[in-house]
Ligand binder design. Structure first.
Ligand code: 1CP
Length: 364
């Protein structure tokens, strides 16, 4: 039997009598009166010894992702140490290709490997109608997390954005030059658009279901958005994201949507203006004064502490945390990293940043 953290049980009893506002959700209405809410991208994972131990229960990572008992515990682990204002569903963006019938393997030390999809014929073989059934364990995890989380803690659901999920499906892996997907998208846009369309439709259905099960914010990870030039960025990042956002809103959901077009540079501005998202996650390269002037008037901003600085620690970490707080606390803002926590991050460095945020002190 798995242990549940004391924090969670204790708080349930303490708060059931009054209606508690969730600081993370309130931040979408404007500046936070006390301190900015915070959570960390990839806050659950290998930097925590208790995660590494839990992971032993399912050597295959996808089996782990499809075991609600394990994923609920993994999502709660960082909260019992650092008391973030939100939990994020423990899953992966690549459960969507897996659910569509594309073979996905997580190879130790190599990251994810997929059987590549490189033709219209292969797109036609995808099975979007099986998605909901296949991902029942993910929805069970969302429901259970919502049930056990303390009332002041928000629950974040997520999916990969179509461009990024397509990149893994076409290349068979992430990163590198990604020349196969770019050649396809640039030379035969009508054919490539079919893959993006299947992914956008499936993502809408997937996120709707997460919201129905209790997700209170949803996040769209477009990790590889930064590979694209302006015209291509509009076609494959902005257009499908705008479609997902408008269809979620048209379904009657008022759950805030945070987009993360990592590496978009100056195109962050078009992304914020044209997609209709409620919040944007900033990678570490985004200048803070620029974000404050150009992005924050339009939507909440989240970010953008350098994840390598969290590994390094020391004076630089404290100074940068203060600089981010100073620059962005005057508007809608969630403190976070600019990209996911790295496995080599000392948990004590995460604790130091969390303590700093609780003391709501923006001095360096
Ligand atoms: O053995 C293990 O434990 C596998 C490591 C791992 C973990 C902990 C992978 C493989 N995925 C995850 C969980 C995960 N992935 C979460 C939930 C954890 C949390 O946030 O607390 C989330 C939100 C993701 C999202 C994800 N997966 C993204 C988007 C965010 C980002 O970091 O840019 C991407 C690109 C992936 C693909 C993926 N899955 C796993 C790895 C190592 C990768 C990245 C590989 C690559 O760089 O191409």
């Amino acid at each position: 039997m798995l242990r549940r953290s004391g924090l969670i049980q204790g708080n349930v009893a303490k708060y059931t009598k009054s209606v508690i506002k969730k600081a993370l959700l309130e931040a979408f209405r404007g500046p936070s009166p006390e301190r900015p809410p915070f959570w960390f991208l990839r806050q659950a994972g290998r930097y925590l010894p208790e995660y590494r131990e839990l992971r032993q229960n399912a050597p295959n990572f996808l089996d782990f992702c499809y075991s609600p008992e394990l994923t609920v515990e993994a999502a709660l682990q960082p909260l019992s140490r650092f008391k973030m204002d939100a939990a994020i569903l423990f899953s992966d963006i690549l459960v969507i290709p897996d659910a569509l019938g594309c073979k996905v393997d997580f190879v130790e030390g190599q990251g994810p490997l997929l059987q590549p999809i490189r033709s219209e014929r292969a797109i036609a073989d995808l099975r979007p109608e099986g998605m909901e059934d296949h991902l029942q364990p993910v929805f069970a995890s969302v429901r259970e997390l919502r049930r056990v989380l303390p009332p002041e803690t928000a629950l974040i659901g997520f999916a990969g954005a179509p461009w990024t999920v397509a990149l893994y499906m076409v290349e068979g892996r992430g990163g590198g030059e990604s020349d196969v997907i770019r050649r396809w998208a640039y030379s035969e846009p009508e054919s490539f658009a079919k893959l993006i369309e299947v992914l956008a439709d499936t993502t809408v259905a997937y996120l709707k279901k997460q919201i129905e099960c209790g997700a209170e914010v949803v996040m769209l990870f477009d990790t590889w958005a930064g590979l694209l030039s302006e015209t291509q960025f509009h076609a494959w990042v902005i257009a499908p994201t705008a479609k997902i956002v408008s269809r979620l809103k048209a379904s009657g959901s008022d759950v805030p949507i945070i987009g993360f077009p990592r590496g978009a540079g100056a195109l962050y501005e078009d992304y914020v203006r044209e997609t209709g998202i409620d919040g944007v996650s900033l990678d570490p390269t985004v200048p803070l004064t620029w974000a404050k002037e150009k992005l924050q008037p339009h939507c909440l901003v989240q970010g953008n502490l350098d994840n390598h600085l969290l590994v390094a620690g020391g004076r630089g970490l404290g100074e940068e945390t203060g600089r981010i707080l100073n620059a962005l606390s005057g508007g809608g803002f969630i403190f976070n990293l600019g990209h996911g926590i790295l496995p080599q991050t000392p948990p004590e460095h995460v604790a130091r940043v969390a303590e700093r945020l609780f003391s709501h002190d923006s001095a360096p």
